[in-house]
Structure formats: C-alpha cells, structure tokens
Design a protein around this ligand. Structure first.
Ligand SMILES: Nc1ncnc2c1ncn2[C@@H]1O[C@H](COP(=O)(O)OP(=O)(O)OP(=O)(O)O)[C@@H](O)[C@H]1O
Length: 809
C-alpha cells in the first residue's frame, strides 16, 4: 500500500509542530506523550509500550517526498524512527515505496517487513536485537545496510545482494566472514568487534575500505586479491606480522594500532606500497625498538602520517642519513670523528720529506672491490719501486688469513684495541667492511714518509671518500674487474669467502663503475684488473708516468732501481722553494729555474693552475706567515712569548741550519708583535718573500727565513753527528747562551733543533734523517704544545694542495 500525498498530508496535520527532525534530535518520547495528549489515544499508548509501531507513529516520521519508482505517484521516501523502543515493525510492510529506512536504537528482532520494500536503498538497523542476518527477501536495490550492534552470530549467503555497496556489521558476534562472494558491488565492509579468527571469504571483492578492528586475527591473510583496497583497519587484533599486505598496491591508509607487531623489519612488507601515506602502529611492541620512528620512516618513505603524527621533512632526511647515508656523509662523519679525536691528543709535527707543513704526504691509493687484486699489486709495486713507495699497512679487526703476517699485510688487532685507537686519534680514516673494522693510521703513512717514500695503500670506496675529505691528497687508482665470472671464480679459489661475501663484493663492482661513470676525475686512473699481469703492467706504466721515470729512462738510461729517493724529494723541495719565494709568477720562475725539466714544468704549472686562482692576497699572506712559523718551529726557534715567560733552556741549533742566525742577528724582540702564539698570525704578510724582514724585525738585521736546504744539511752531516754523539748540541760552538732576559728588545735567541722524539732509537741513519729533514718527528712537550697546535690547526685550516704529479700529464 502506498501513502499518497493526500494521506500523508492528513497524517501530517495530526502531528503539526512535531517534525521528524525534532524526534531525531531528542529522545522526547515521554515529553511528547505528556505534552500532546491529543495525539495519544489509549490504544496508541498501549502499542508504544508493547514496542509495536503504529501508523500514526510512522506518519509522524516520514520525510522526503518524491516520485515513486513507477513514477506515477508522489510518496514519502524516508522513514526515520530512532530510539522508539520498537519491537514490532511489521506494519512497515505497507510502506513499499520507502528508499531509506532508519530504525536505530530499538529492540527489533524481526525485519522481514523489508522484504516488501523493493525500492529500499539504505537500511539502518543498528543497535537492535536482530540475530537473523538479513532475515528478509533482498530488495534488489539495497546499497547500504547497517546491522551494527545486533546479535548476529553468523553470516548467510548474500549472493542476491548484488547492489550492496556498504555493509556494516560492527559489534556482533560473527566468527567467520562468508556469503559475500557474489557481492560484486561491495566496496565498504566493516566488521569491527566481532569474533573473527581468520580473514577469508573476501576473494576478488572490489572493497575499498575494510575494517576488521577488534577481532581475534593473528595474521593478515587472504587479502591479496583485494586490489582496490585503499583503507584497511586491522587495529586491536593479535597480528604479529605485516606480511600479506605487500600486494595491495592501492593501500593509502593502514591502521594496526594495538596489535603485536614487534620487528621493524615487518615494515618492509609495506615498502612497495607506494601510495601508502598513513600508518598507525601505536601500542605495538615495535614502538620499543630503538629509533623506531626513524627506522619506519626510512623504510616507508612515502608516509605523511605515522601514528597519527605528521612525518616532517627533517625526519625523512634524518632517517636517510641514519640508515642509508650517502658515501659523502659516511666520509664526512668518519673524517669528523678522526679529526676530533686527533685534536684531543697531544700534537706532533711530522715533517718527513716535506718542504712545508701544509704539503700533503705523497700517497698512492689503490681501490676497488674486495679481492680485485689491489693488495697484491700494492705489495708488488712497493717491492719493485722500493725507492719510491712504501706499503702502508692498515689496521684491521679481522683475523689473519693463512699466510698473512701481522704488520706486513695488516696490523691485526682486537676490536677493543681498534676502538681505543680511534679514540686516541690514531686513524686518518676507518671503515667497517664485512663486519670488521679497517683503519689507516697516521703513523702508517708517516712511517713510510719518514723513509722519504710515498705511501701506497689499498682500500674500499668508502675509504677513498673519507680520504678525500681529509687534507691528504693521494692519487687514486681504481682496479676494476669486468669479467664477473672470472672474478667470482678467483674469489672462490681463494677459499676465504662465503657466498654472501662474494655476492657483496660482486655487487660492489657496479658501485665502483657507477662512481667512475658519474664522477669523472674521481679516480685518477682506472685499470682493469681481470688479468693481474696486465693490470700490474698498466699500473707500472702509470707510476712511471707519475714519477717521470719514463723520461729519465729514455734520456739517461737511468735504472729505476737504485734511483736515489732523494731525487724525488729534492725535486719537490726545489720546486717548492721556487714557489715559496715567488709571488704570482712562480710558474714562470719555476720554468726559468729549470726549463729543461719536464717534470718541474708540468708539476708546477699544474699546481699554479690549482692554487693561484683560488687564493686572495690575504690568503697568500696568511700562507706565507704560516710557512714562516712552521720553518721557525722546524729550525728550532721557540715562540718568544713562551721563552720569555718560562726562561727554558734550549739547545741551540746547528748554524748550518740557520745560516742567517749565525751572525747573531736572530732577533728575539718582544716588541715584534708575537707576544702570544696567535700574534704570529696577525703579523704582516710577505715575511717569506726574499729579502723581506721577518715580522717585527728590523729590515737590516732580520734573518731571511728560507726553506730548508737539504743538500747543505747533507754536507755538514758529519759535523752534526759528531756533536750529537758527544752529547753536545750540534752547534754549541756557534751558539750564544740564551739571554738572561729573552724578552729584552734586541736580545738574541738561537734557534733550536727539534728534539729527537723520545723512545726513538737515534741510529745513525735516523739521526741523519732527522737532521736532513727526512724524518723529523717533533713530539710536543710542555710549552711547545700550544704553539705547535696552533701551527697544526693553521695547516689544517688551509688544506694543502701540493702533491706529486705526473710530468706526463
Ligand atoms: N683502511 C681501510 N679503509 C677502507 N677499506 C680498507 C681499508 N683497509 C682495507 N680495506 C679494504 O677492505 C676490504 C676487505 O679487506 P680484506 O683484507 O679483509 O679483504 P681481502 O679479501 O684480503 O681483499 P683484498 O685482496 O682486496 O685486500 C678490501 O677491499 C680492502 O682493500
């Protein structure tokens, strides 16, 4: 039976002033009962008390007039009767045109009346006492049904409900999802707070939203076919793993609050869900994992909301820096660590063969993936070119392989010792590889340098990045295997490596190749290492070019072996002295100095190209000042402030080291402006220019501070040795006693030699090296510490740029 407009008007007239909205908003049943006595006849009241719906009641709550489905009449389309205590709604069988029926918060057990509503689209039967799931014939247009908060314990086949889009079955006692297979329009299913033990029965449904909150689920399963799922709520279950979600590529929001997910690695199941923006893992054990939030953000870097908190850009950057730092970042951290620890230690100057403090040690770094042959080649090179190269043995925490010797291949140390060494500022760079630590110590480089040789080391790419941030400026040669199968065979043949290690090494070939491809010039040279013999020949060829040996061989038939190392050192010294004395036109001067020397030309013009355009006049002045200070320190001139203050007795330096001071001109003038260590830096520029007076000295009397003249030192070696053996200071015969009042203007102070390092055996050769500047380590002691620290920091500040160069380049 339809309700015509006329009938409805009549019904409405009976309830004038009581709109359905006012009923909806306020449960005023009693109020209405008392306030509108005319509406309530006795029968009606009885019915209401019995929970039986009456026509009058219906008429009051009908709304939304529209055309009937047949289009012939105007009818009410909606009926809303919330909180009426209704038990029996059978009368609604007459209202066949209803499209929307809302009966929440009643006591309805039977909804069979709905069978008579073929046009019903929306049904809200929530908060009732229904136990019979869909106990009516299917209205074929039913799109939304809410049966939440009822007493439904099992689902029935809903194959007939092909139009159903939204089904809400929250707060029932359903134990299993079933009967939905044919609901081909179902996009929204909510079954929170039921008793579902397993996910199932959802195969191929076009669900976009699924809520199974508050059930008894232990795992996520059978969801892989829900390709349209966008929002998933599995909160308040007992789920331990996120496995099962990996194929749901449209998922944008997952709520897993209050579950039992404990491992960060579980998030990797979600990492390919590129549309995932919101994830809630609150109240899961995973929250206790260290750096939980950053770790999750790192894995799921598309998230915008994690645990209901927005993910900031800073968090994303920190996450990447923490879990996948770039090679540069790793290097910067490594470098920072070692610089910091180094500066916390007493300082020492290692001048070795170098003409000035800011000249880096000559170094050759062979790099490439593990077992590519770089170590073998490094050893070979150092053996064959022993006059040029010394092997720099790194430290490692890995145990020695068969045949490896401590101190030869590596210094093998325990992890604890390695960490101690790091804290002692012992290393220039370190890296972890394959669970072991590797570190190149300052001492490894300097001990080679003390022999007047260039240090040859091998290391992985991370080590190269780290060295590139330091003030060392080695040559980097990449040894790259290209025949992967041969490389794998070679590694297997060595018998040291597990499959995983081999796999890792192989995978790093690409990394090296990529860096080489993307950063031209990152490596100075690349040698293919597939054939070790060929690789070594190529390496030799390169080295000869670097050292200029090819020309020498061609020109003079010089044999490589036996070429005195001093030749190289001399060359660098002489070149540098030209540089030091020159101003802007040093390159020209260098060429003038030895125009036939191809090595010099290339070497120096390259340096000029690198150095001069980058330096302002202030920088140059600063550079000269620092050189001045370093030289003074090396020839033994103690900072005047300290000398004055503590009146230390110092050994006088041999006159040959300081030719200008022999005459007693070396002016220890307190008025020089160097009354404190830092004042040296504020003195005027150009103190090293030929003929320019030292800072604060009278132009006529000031000593010219010149680069150490190695050859001159060599000539007088015997004299010095004699002095040392006799326990006298080498030039005691020349030196005047230290003035009683060194601070007095015009007083003389003889420069001193750096003390021979404590504990170091002063063998003849070592003494020689010390005095010739080949190996002069000056440990900082007492008052020198501050001054030398200052020098070191200056030297570090101004990154050195000089290094051995290829004349052929
Ligand atoms: N100080 C360091 N910094 C960075 N990498 C280093 C350092 N010392 C050694 N390495 C590198 O660590 C990797 C592992 O060294 P290890 O000696 O254990 O390997 P290996 O199997 O002997 O291979 P290889 O023959 O290349 O040395 C090698 O590639 C090695 O060159």
């Amino acid at each position: 039976m339809s309700v015509s407009v006329e009938q409805a008007a009549v019904l409405n007239s009976q309830t004038a002033g009581n709109s359905p909205e006012s009923w909806d908003q306020d449960d005023r049943k009693t109020t209405l009962d008392t306030e509108s006595p005319q509406v309530k006849n006795t029968e009606e009241l009885n019915n209401m008390e019995n929970g039986e719906l009456t026509e009058d009641e219906v008429s009051k709550h009908l709304s939304t007039v529209g055309r009937s489905a047949t289009g012939l009449q105007h009818v009410y389309l909606s009926l809303c009767l919330p909180r009426k205590g209704l038990k029996n709604v059978s009368i609604l069988s007459n209202y066949i045109h209803l499209e929307k029926l809302e009966l929440p918060n009643n006591k309805i057990k039977d909804l069979s009346c709905v069978s008579h509503m073929p046009y019903l689209i929306i049904l809200d039967a929530s908060h009732n006492e229904i136990s019979d799931f869909f106990g009516f014939q299917p209205p074929k247009n039913l799109k939304e049904a809410d049966f939440s908060h009822n007493r439904i314990s099992s689902m029935k086949d809903l194959s007939a409900y092909t139009s159903l889009r939204k089904l809400i079955l929250d707060y029932n006692s359903i134990g299993e999802i079933r009967g939905l297979e044919k609901c081909s329009s179902l996009t929204h299913l909510s079954m929170e707070h039921n008793k579902i033990l397993r996910i199932g029965g959802l195969r191929n449904l076009p669900l976009r939203q699924l809520c199974l909150k508050g059930n008894l689920l232990k795992r996520i399963e059978n969801l892989q076919t829900l390709r349209s799922l966008q929002i998933l709520d599995l909160s308040s279950n007992r789920i331990q793993s996120l496995s099962g979600l990996q194929d749901l590529h449209l998922l944008g929001n997952i709520n897993l609050e209050s579950n039992m997910i404990g491992e960060i690695k579980e998030c990797s199941h979600l990492q390919y869900l590129l549309l995932l923006r919101e994830l809630n893992l609150k109240r899961n054990p995973i929250q206790e994992q260290p750096d939980y939030r950053l770790a999750v953000i790192f894995i799921l870097n598309h998230l915008t909301l994690l645990d209901e908190r927005p993910v900031s850009v800073e968090e994303k950057v920190s996450a990447v820096n923490k879990y996948d730092p770039s090679l540069e970042l790793v290097a910067a951290r490594d470098h920072m660590t070692h610089v910091m620890y180094q500066y916390m230690q007493p300082q020492g100057i290692f001048d070795s063969t170098l003409p000035s403090l800011d000249t880096p040690y000559p170094m050759l770094v062979l790099t490439g993936p593990q077992a590519c042959g770089k170590r073998e080649l490094a050893h070979k090179l150092c053996h064959e070119y022993s006059d040029y190269f010394g092997y720099g043995a790194c430290h490692t925490t890995r145990g020695p392989y068969f045949g490896e010797e401590d101190g030869c291949d590596y210094h093998f140390v325990q992890n604890e010792e390695f960490q101690n060494l790091i804290r002692m500022g012992y290393f220039v760079q370190t890296m972890q590889y394959g669970g072991n630590w590797y570190g190149l110590s300052r001492e490894a480089i300097e001990s080679v340098a003390r022999e007047g040789l260039a240090c040859c080391v091998h290391m992985e790419l991370e080590g190269v990045f780290s060295l590139k941030t330091s003030y060392f400026e080695p040559r980097y040669i990449l040894l790259l295997p290209t025949k992967t199968d041969d490389y794998i065979l070679h590694m297997k043949a060595r018998g040291f490596y597990t499959d995983a290690q081999i796999e890792k090494a192989v995978s790093r070939i690409d990394l090296y190749a990529k860096i080489h491809r993307e950063r031209p010039g990152f490596f100075d040279s690349v040698i293919l290492s597939d054939d070790r013999k060929q690789a070594y020949s190529a390496l030799k060829q390169l080295i000869k070019e670097y050292l200029g040996l090819e020309e020498q061989e061609k020109e003079g038939g010089l044999s490589i072996k036996g070429t005195p190392q001093i030749a190289t050192a001399d060359k660098i010294h002489s070149l540098l002295s030209v540089y030091n004395e020159g101003g802007e036109s040093t390159a020209a001067k260098m060429i003038e100095a030895d125009p036939t020397d191809a090595y010099s030309q290339t070497y120096y013009s390259k340096i000029q190209v690198r150095l001069l355009p980058q330096k302002t006049s202030a920088e140059l002045a600063s550079f000269h000042r620092r050189q001045q200070m370093v030289r003074e320190a090396l020839v033994g001139k103690i900072p005047r402030a300290y000398t004055r203050l503590f009146k230390r007795h110092v050994h006088a330096a041999p006159s040959l080291l300081t030719p200008h001071s022999q005459s007693g001109d070396y002016n220890e003038d307190s008025s020089s402006g160097e009354s404190c260590p830092s004042s040296g830096l504020s003195s005027s520029a150009g103190v090293l220019s030929v003929g320019s007076p030292a800072d604060g000295l009278d132009a006529a009397t000031a000593p010219k501070v010149e680069p150490l003249d190695v050859s001159m030192l060599g000539q007088n070696l015997e004299t010095i040795k004699d002095h040392m053996e006799s326990g006298l200071s080498p030039d005691s015969s020349h030196s005047a006693p230290e003035p009683a009042s060194p601070g007095r203007p015009g007083s003389n102070a003889k420069p001193i030699l750096p003390p021979i390092p404590q504990g170091r055996k002063a063998t003849e050769s070592e003494s020689t090296q010390q005095l010739t500047g080949q190996a002069g380590q000056v440990p900082l002691q007492g008052l020198m510490a501050g001054f030398l620290k200052l020098i070191l920091s200056c030297a570090y500040e101004m990154r050195p740029r000089l290094h051995f160069e290829s004349p052929a380049k």
